[in-house]
Design a binder for this molecule. Structure first.
Ligand SMILES: C[S@@+](CC[C@H](N)C(=O)[O-])C[C@H]1O[C@@H](n2cnc3c(N)ncnc32)[C@H](O)[C@@H]1O
Length: 242
């Protein structure tokens, strides 16, 4: 169930607006071309417009509903006891962070972010606190402003590190690898990592193997986590710190 009092924004809002406006523009030009009798170019543009509008619809579903369901299932599968210390890297407005917090009793969920609004609409620490209160989990949540490439936490602090659609926002490969190494560094022995992203996941898995991670796997998260279509499919990188 989606809590109507919590608002998690839209991922990469510029991409969604671009897909929607591009699709509408193509369909409008299609109508004009049909009207003047240019049937073949009209059919080509019609197909392009339908693909863009359908992509926008799939993107909107993923960011507003689909990823919620996927993460619910992923977190349930972890079988948390409730006393864990959990870190969400690039928590944004708190979708994953607060789902984890809702499954904790004496544990604590920490979210770290730079609150970039081009990566998520309305992104701010205040918005995340408002969602934590709306979900009734503010007492189990801690928010930190910081860069995931340089986590301000000691080694072996967390039982679980999660991240959703955040690491790809780091523009360079070495920066992304550094963020993955940091996630592994702050895991306790026996701790788990679950990192979802829509590209670079094989590289993240390779970095984790180099760090000495156990049980490293990459698996597809299905159509509910497609950003615009199958070309924007999301995969989970999972591992355990030995
Ligand atoms: C697409 S949003 C996803 C937010 C959230 N994980 C979710 O699934 O709703 C990506 C997030 O990564 C954050 N971010 C980008 N680069 C970051 C960095 N270097 N360190 C920490 N957070 C970062 C952005 O501010 C944004 O909140």
């Amino acid at each position: 169930m989606v809590n109507p009092r919590a608002h998690y924004g839209v991922d990469a809002p510029g991409v969604l607006v671009g897909l929607t406006l591009g699709g509408i523009a193509e369909l409008a030009v299609t109508a004009v071309l049909f009207a003047v009798g240019w049937t073949i170019p009209a059919v080509v543009l019609l197909i392009g417009g339908i693909i863009l509008v359908a992509g926008a619809a799939v993107f909107a579903h993923t960011t507003l509903r689909g990823k919620f369901k996927v993460w619910d299932a992923e977190i349930d599968r972890l079988g948390l006891k409730g006393d864990e210390r959990v870190l969400d890297m690039g928590c944004g407005r708190g979708l994953v962070l607060l789902k984890v917090a809702a499954r904790l009793s004496s544990g604590k969920a920490t979210g770290i972010d730079l609150w970039v609004t081009k990566d998520q609409s309305g992104n701010s620490q205040d918005a995340t606190w408002a969602n934590a209160r709306a979900e009734g989990v503010a007492d189990r949540v801690e928010l930190v402003t910081g860069d995931m490439r340089d986590l301000p936490f000691d080694d072996a602090t967390f039982d679980l590190v999660v991240s959703s659609l955040a690491v790809h926002n780091i523009p360079d490969a070495e920066g992304r690898a550094q963020a993955v190494r940091e996630a592994f560094r702050v895991l306790k022995p026996g701790g788990l990592l679950r990192l979802a992203d829509f590209r670079n996941t094989r590289q993240y898995a390779e970095v984790l193997r180099e760090c000495g991670a156990a049980d490293v796997e990459v698996y597809d998260l299905g159509w509910r986590f497609w950003y615009g279509g199958p070309q924007g499919r999301t995969a989970m990188v999972a591992c355990r710190r030995p």
